[in-house]
Design a protein around this ligand. Sequence first.
Ligand SMILES: Cc1cc2nc3c(=O)[nH]c(=O)nc-3n(C[C@H](O)[C@H](O)[C@H](O)COP(=O)(O)OP(=O)(O)OC[C@H]3O[C@@H](n4cnc5c(N)ncnc54)[C@H](O)[C@@H]3O)c2cc1C
Length: 436
Amino acid sequence: MPQPRIIIVGAGFGGLAAAKAFKNTPAEITLIDRTNHHLFQPLLYQVATAVLTPSQIATPIRSILRNQKNVTVILGEVTGVDNDKKCVFVTDADRENVPIAYDYLILATGATHSYFGHNEFETFAPGLKSLADAEAARNKILQAFELAEAEDDPARHRDLLTFILVGAGPTGVEMAGALAVLVRTSLKSEFRRIDPASARIVLVDMAPRVLGPFSEDLSKAAKARLEKLGVEVRLGHSVDQIDADGIMVAGERIASKTVIWTAGVAPSPAGKWLKVETDRAGRVRVQKDVTVPGHPEIFVVGDTASFEENGKPLPGVAQVAMQQGRYAGKLIHSRIVGSTPPGPFRYFDKGSMAVVGKGFAVLQSYKVRVSGFVAWLAWAAIHLQFLATSSLRLTVFLQWIWTYFTGQRGSRLIVNHNGSQPAKAAEGTSTKTAVA
Ligand SMILES: Cc1cc2nc3c(=O)[nH]c(=O)nc-3n(C[C@H](O)[C@H](O)[C@H](O)COP(=O)(O)OP(=O)(O)OC[C@H]3O[C@@H](n4cnc5c(N)ncnc54)[C@H](O)[C@@H]3O)c2cc1C
């Protein structure tokens, strides 16, 4: 008898956790992703600020699953789903919309940037979601210092050395802190005509405080720490305009050649593919067993799913995606082998963390709230634990120790994938880079 066919779309936190849960399942599993790597997004900002190299936060998917013989990995982009014929359509470099049939489907396609209806901002304020985004941001930041060093007119130094981050959630805060440390330590003694420490780092958000999901005292501690590092925190006003010369906020123009978008996210189009009910953000409303209403064979997990617990939707964080992916895997396994299925999905919240510069983090887990060095140690230990392989854990650990004590960074290369001449950082367009 043929084995059941399971398709998992997306090898991020949710999809990979689901694939691993099928270790002992008698099924043909196909894992499809448009990239060849599993990406540890929480450390993207460290690639953007040159602490880590791209290969330290991403691992080839087939290498992670090399010992799991029931999984076939396909590099391709899913473009749609036919719920009735039970197939997904996959496009790759050679072929378009090839149907692949399933008995069970898990969609774990994550989210992308949202510019809150201002898609025109994207050209001037690229986001941080993929390895290519992080490399492009790193190129842009490092090029700004190179251009300023070469610039004879000191009046232009200010614009070149002003870095703006739009969005004061965990990514914006972590990125601002890391940039402040970069300009005041690693780059300090390397330039002759400019002082990198004079760089202006501005963090802007319309919310009244940084790190919205954290408690008020931790939010205050993070803001105080940022200000101590020299970051200008501008809250309570949304950005009205972003162009090649900077931003407009609260009627004021802040001139800058480097603006990075660290604000909202929008889910993948899974809801449109399935033609099912979504929440206002576009996430697929799933039931208590993370299936789609009317389709017990279709599961949606992670950032692209809307799951309510205690009257509130679960947040778009890695733990939710991993736990839901694992749960969907266990439920499908139980159906295939005829064992007792797990009860409804329940999220186990292990807490939230954000790092603010060197040796300082905030940590919130139920009633425990800690800020400072101890929280930073916990942050480092937990992030190391969740990296995909032991080799990544070791290299990232050694890099962090090296950077902590010497200030030296893992990758300060400006890599122009379009040719040998230096790219124009000052144009405000996102540099066209790709990960080789
Ligand atoms: C910069 C940044 C920092 C973050 N920091 C934290 C943090 O500190 N802590 C935390 O808990 N969370 C953090 N998050 C959020 C966390 O990364 C997400 O919640 C988590 O990745 C969601 O997992 P997922 O499996 O739903 O999606 P993802 O991990 O995004 O995986 C989606 C996968 O689907 C693939 N895919 C998408 N569309 C298609 C398609 N059409 N065809 C084929 N493949 C497709 C993608 O290539 C990707 O591999 C951060 C996110 C970002 C962007």
